[in-house]
Design a protein around this ligand. Sequence first.
Ligand code: HEM
Length: 132
Amino acid sequence: MGDADLVFQSYGRACNNPSFFEEFYSKFMGKSPDIRARFVNTNMEAQRGLLRSGVLWLIMHARGMSDTKIRALGESHSKKQMNINPMFYSFWLDALMETLEIYDPDFSAELEKTWRSVLRPSIETIQNMYDQ
Ligand code: HEM
């Protein structure tokens, strides 16, 4: 099985638990008061649903899907729109890994490396669109 398929399966094992995205946001917001501040007026129930698809887009892109959704995220998170500083993505990825460790029973250090390398190109595309 290819790396992107291993990640897809891992996500399937983990994200069906309804508390997966609650735990993710709790960990992500715990990383910095600046991150927490960005979500004070957010409907977190809706946001958790949006992130469920967002992570899927990153995985599907690695599995060969076009980059249309990734570029849309790059635009919405850019300086001109939501102004999400590129440095926040490493916190985002760390929070995702910590959450997967709890919810994917088959998680391992090896699988974490696979996850990080599979998501890296899409995340870099989003980060590189910050100044556009
Ligand atoms: C909104 C996904 C990283 C902060 C959204 C939305 C999605 C999403 C799908 C809904 C709006 C849209 O489609 O653009 C992602 C993914 C990320 C990521 C897949 C990682 C690659 C981040 C980071 C931050 C952040 C690092 C830093 C704080 C926000 C905020 C909103 C948002 C503040 C708007 C919330 C609101 O509507 O009040 N994100 N995001 N995101 N994201 Fe991200």
